[in-house]
Design a protein around this ligand. Structure first.
Ligand SMILES: [Mn+2]
Length: 265
């Protein structure tokens, strides 16, 4: 049975607006374990029957400068052998060191990124690790070859320039159709910022950005993937903003579907 690893990254010190995503890994785990639902995925793969979901717990992060290497090394270690790892953020800063670690094992990856925001700022409030900048850092270091961004609806002039500079394939929300999203070839990494979703589907995020994706929109794109994924993250869930834990359940659903993809050959 394929073993998909789950690794929590409880940090949100690179958030620019509100804190809270550091609490997400435990809340997502609780939603996964809840008896409200089972561990079947829509692809037909059943967690615990067709794949083993092995929870590695949380990395011991302390929101100091050492966290970058702790995450990079943790991601590299988790990526060695077996199926891809699902990472639970945390703010979106974590994607930069995660991809750096995954690329140590798989080489430069291609990324399918769901978000309201492009996270391409060259410099945001003087923090090079800001959660508004991970994809600028990833592209500068050539840790990814293709970057496809889906659900974007906050592009300003600077980020349009950055997207052009890095050759980012941006599917703006106003043009979104599930069947039209380019699906990059492998090694493929998936990053899901929960604020890609319309706040109606996911109120538990720091940055409410109306006019977003539905849960089904994201699932429809994920279900178009033909091959496996080398890793994925679910980030920016903010339990302090949630209503009745409904966003945690959505995050847990994405974890299940991503685990099914990671377990593929
Ligand atoms: Mn975002």
């Amino acid at each position: 049975m394929k073993k998909v690893r789950l690794l929590g990254l409880p940090t949100d010190s690179h958030s620019s607006f509100l804190r809270g995503p550091a609490l997400a890994p435990e809340a997502i785990r609780a939603a996964l374990a809840s008896e409200h639902s089972n561990l079947a995925t829509e692809s037909g793969i059943e967690i615990g029957v067709d794949l083993a979901l092995k929870d590695l717990g949380n990395l011991p992060l302390d929101e100091t400068g050492g966290d970058f290497d702790r995450i990079r090394e943790g991601a590299e270690e988790a990526s060695k052998g077996g199926a891809g790892t699902i990472f639970l953020g945390g703010d979106h800063m974590v994607t930069y060191p995660i991809v750096a670690g995954v690329a140590e094992v798989h080489g430069p990856v291609n990324i399918l990124h769901f978000d309201a925001h492009p996270d391409l700022y060259d410099d945001f409030e003087g923090d090079p690790l800001s959660h508004a900048s991970p994809f600028a850092r990833i592209m500068e270091r050539a840790l990814a070859t293709r970057l496809v961004q889906v659900g974007i609806r906050t592009l300003n002039g600077h980020c349009r320039e950055q997207a052009a500079r890095f050759g980012v394939e941006v599917v703006e929300m106003r043009d979104f159709a599930p069947a039209a999203v380019p699906i990059p070839e492998g090694p493929l990494y998936v990053s899901i910022d929960m604020d890609a979703l319309d706040p109606a589907f996911a109120p538990g995020v720091s940055h409410h950005e109306p006019g977003g994706l539905s849960v089904r929109d994201i699932l429809s794109v994920l279900h178009r993937l033909q091959g496996s994924i080398v890793g994925a993250d679910v980030v920016e869930y903010n339990p302090t903003r949630d209503i009745n834990g409904m966003t945690a359940v959505v995050a847990a659903k994405f974890v299940k579907e991503l685990a099914a993809l990671a377990a593929r050959d």
